[in-house]
Design a protein around this ligand. Sequence first.
Ligand SMILES: Nc1ncnc2c1ncn2[C@@H]1O[C@H](COP(=O)(O)OP(=O)(O)OP(=O)(O)O)[C@@H](O)[C@H]1O
Ligand SMILES: [Mg+2]
Length: 310
Amino acid sequence: MYSRHFSLREAPFSITPDSAFFYPHEGAQAALNMLLVALRSGEGFLKIVGEVGCGKTVLCRQLLNTLQGECVTAYIPNPDMGPDDLLMALTHELSVDVAPPLNRHTVLNALRGCLLKHAETGRPVVVCIDEAQAIPLRTVESLRLLSNLETEKRKLLQIVLLGQPELDEKLSRPEIRQLLQRITFSEYLGPMMAQRVPAYLAHRMATAALSNATDTKVFEADAAQAIARFSGGVPRLINVLAHKCLMLAYGENEHRVNVRHVRLAAAETPGVLAAVPWWSRWKRVGRSKGAGDTKASARQVQDHHSGGSL
Ligand SMILES: Nc1ncnc2c1ncn2[C@@H]1O[C@H](COP(=O)(O)OP(=O)(O)OP(=O)(O)O)[C@@H](O)[C@H]1O
Ligand SMILES: [Mg+2]
């Protein structure tokens, strides 16, 4: 709706994890490097744990794009399934035909055959399992079976788990600690640093730009800082706020986003309040009566900020 107004080809702050918009801030680049180096050196089991909305899925997509041509890849977006279903999902992703009867033994054999064939042609097979915190405990056994697929010299299947912090809690459970021991490399993906937010905003605007003539410095410096503060550097929250700001500016026929737009956007965005500075939180805790007060609390923060630095 505001695309024409800002000379954009597409929405710059969609919350779908589109790797075309990938921005390599320090944390994301470190995680990507770790994955690439570890996978290229044949490591079998890797893990990325990150806070909600911090970019695990987009990182995974970027990884899969980077590995294209180099590896055979499979992506399991939601492993909340039974142990045999997970194995079947993998056969499906790798286009493996399993001759009946369909049971764990035949499925694993078929998978092993396929993995050996790829190993002979020198193409490692990498499976990325997103939302790994949702893997039921009983399904973890299938992961163990998969990680056992190896020759005497190397793993036949390299597994990357990506999940929210509950994944670590799950992996520390005594009954599956064995799996934890197999994870050789892991990285934490947190929010981006506040000073990267202006460049992140400009990067997404430039990626969505209609042409080189598009103005990508739409966010004023202190507006970008305010977005960094309200979002706590969490990319999904940055996107939500930035999108609302563009709508507000468009509604006023403005071509610049200013701090007032950010404050208005933040007041209407659940989830940003936890990220405001401590003095605003103190004020909120002092007056809040419960979850239903979110909007009212946001207004208090807004009022509080109107004379302040945000
Ligand atoms: N490094 C990045 N570069 C560009 N965009 C990013 C980056 N990290 C996150 N985003 C954007 O932020 C939004 C949330 O990212 P994503 O869905 O990957 O988070 P997530 O960690 O997988 O969230 P969840 O925990 O809910 O699964 C998406 O729109 C995504 O494109
Ligand atoms: Mg995700």
